[in-house]
Design a protein around this ligand. Structure first.
Ligand SMILES: Cc1cc2nc3c(=O)[nH]c(=O)nc-3n(C[C@H](O)[C@H](O)[C@H](O)COP(=O)(O)OP(=O)(O)OC[C@H]3O[C@@H](n4cnc5c(N)ncnc54)[C@H](O)[C@@H]3O)c2cc1C
Length: 418
């Protein structure tokens, strides 16, 4: 077992994880060109942090590995960051009394400050056969490489949310025959209403993707330890590859074992500080307790925009600016499937007191819906033409009174200017 000593008079900062939050944090920390920490980053993955969002495009073949790299190995060197990668550098224990992190390979790293950026773990579905070879998740570069190795044949994707659709589309583009199985009645049921969900399903079916909606997975079937199909509601679907996209959960076992206060994620305040004041989190492993405003809120994170904000706040705090805090804002949904445009943000399923505006040109593949309350936009749903998405989003975030443009609002910003 080796013990890395502090190389100079600087404080030691250890970062666990080198995903999207971690990389943005490091960028911010070194943005001014000066950093008062000696920084060590421990990553269980084999390559420097990449743009996880672009894994869908990598799977579909529309970007290559270089195109998703966030920072080169040379960048870490130039900043003097010690980036240690691979299974041996997976952090397996945090000893808070000694302020020390222990890795799978047996190395130990002392810290003055520790940043946890371990992200999420994909949920598994507890049915027989879940450990068969060929039953995969969709979270990492390693997962995509395994999917690509599967070659052609039949694939089943479990889950018809954003990730499931992107995965199914990518596999179909690679020549696989794809069926998406979902227990909801339509794709992206959490982000779309019934009408938009129907349009999306029709478009994907037109591209050769089959759906089994309102269906329940009963088991994975295998031969010689390898998956050969799935059983759903009395139907057998053959498959040489099954990808499970059933949501994620914060990756916090390390923190629980270290005695940090946890619920579903590691509990943090609006400055991302854990129950140990020397330990911060960035990203999806965090669960934030907000006490300001009218009612207390507890937030989990599953999109990159809030994760980037975490990164800014923690970097600022470590550089001495303790005034930055997190404020939640609605984040639009973006499906990354070539040729399909949709935008969904805020509360687009109206309550009794809301007003709804719709524009339905389904034959042309266009549908718009705005949900209003007290002359303010509360929710936006755009299918087909999303050019006005950000404009509606700004109106919604700023709480702009739309009474003076109400007649033209549903047609979009260009119509207003005409
Ligand atoms: C296919 C796909 C598409 C997506 N598309 C979108 C999108 O369109 N828009 C959007 O906003 N978000 C999207 N997301 C979600 C987005 O990628 C995440 O919000 C973001 O990556 C979270 O950043 P993070 O740093 O918290 O976690 P991650 O990026 O997951 O990074 C965590 C890192 O920590 C490592 N790690 C964990 N435990 C340890 C340990 N003990 N020791 C060492 N290393 C460890 C992990 O291996 C991983 O590399 C997508 C995700 C996927 C998988």
């Amino acid at each position: 077992m080796s013990h890395y000593q502090q190389p100079d008079g600087r404080q030691k900062l250890v970062v666990i994880g080198n995903g999207m939050g971690s990389v943005r944090f490091l960028e911010q920390l070194f943005a001014s060109g000066q950093c008062r920490f000696h920084v060590t980053v421990l990553s269980e993955e084999d390559c420097p942090g990449y743009n996880r969002i672009q894994l869908s495009k990598l799977l579909a073949g529309s970007v290559d590995l270089d195109g998703i790299q966030l920072k080169s190995a040379a960048w870490y060197q130039q900043q003097g960051i010690e980036l240690l990668m691979g299974e041996n550098y997976k952090a397996i224990r945090i000893d808070r009394s000694l302020k020390r992190v222990v890795t799978h390979g047996g190395d130990t790293f002392d810290y003055d400050r520790l940043v946890l950026a371990t992200g999420s773990l994909p949920n598994q579905i507890p049915v027989p056969g879940a450990d068969l070879q060929g039953v995969l998740s969709f979270r990492s570069l390693a997962d995509v490489n395994l999917m690509l190795e599967a070659g052609q044949g039949q694939a089943v994707v479990i889950g018809g949310g954003l990730l499931g659709l992107e995965c199914g589309s990518g596999l179909a583009k690679r020549g696989m025959s794809v069926t998406i199985v979902d227990n909801m009645p339509m794709p992206m049921a959490r982000q779309l209403d019934e009408h938009a969900g129907g349009l999306l399903r029709k478009e994907l079916e037109g591209r050769g993707i089959a759906f089994r909606s309102s269906a329940t997975l009963q088991s994975y079937q295998g031969v010689d330890g390898r998956v050969c199909g799935v059983q759903i509601d009395g139907e057998y679907l053959p498959a040489s590859l099954v990808v499970v996209t059933a949501g994620v959960r914060p990756n916090i076992q390390l923190m629980q074992e270290a005695g940090l206060t946890c619920d579903r994620g590691v509990l943090v305040n609006e400055r991302l500080q854990t129950s140990d004041p020397d330990i911060f989190t960035v990203g999806e492993c965090a669960q934030m307790q907000l006490t300001g405003g009218q009612e207390a809120q507890s937030l989990l994170f599953g999109l990159v925009a809030p994760v980037y904000r975490h990164a800014e706040i923690v970097a600022a705090s470590l550089l001495g600016d303790h005034d930055q805090t997190f404020t939640p804002v609605p984040i639009p949904t973006n499906l990354k499937v070539d040729g399909i445009n949709l935008f969904s943000s805020g509360e687009f399923i109206p309550s009794d007191s809301d007003q709804v505006m719709t524009l339905d040109a389904s034959d042309a593949g266009i549908y718009r819906k705005l949900v209003l309350q007290n002359n303010r936009i509360k929710g936006v749903l755009l299918y087909g033409d999303v050019t006005d998405g950000l404009w509606y989003q700004e109106l919604m975030e700023s709480g702009t009174d739309i009474s003076s443009i109400r007649q033209q609002l549903i047609f979009g910003q260009r119509f207003l200017a005409a």
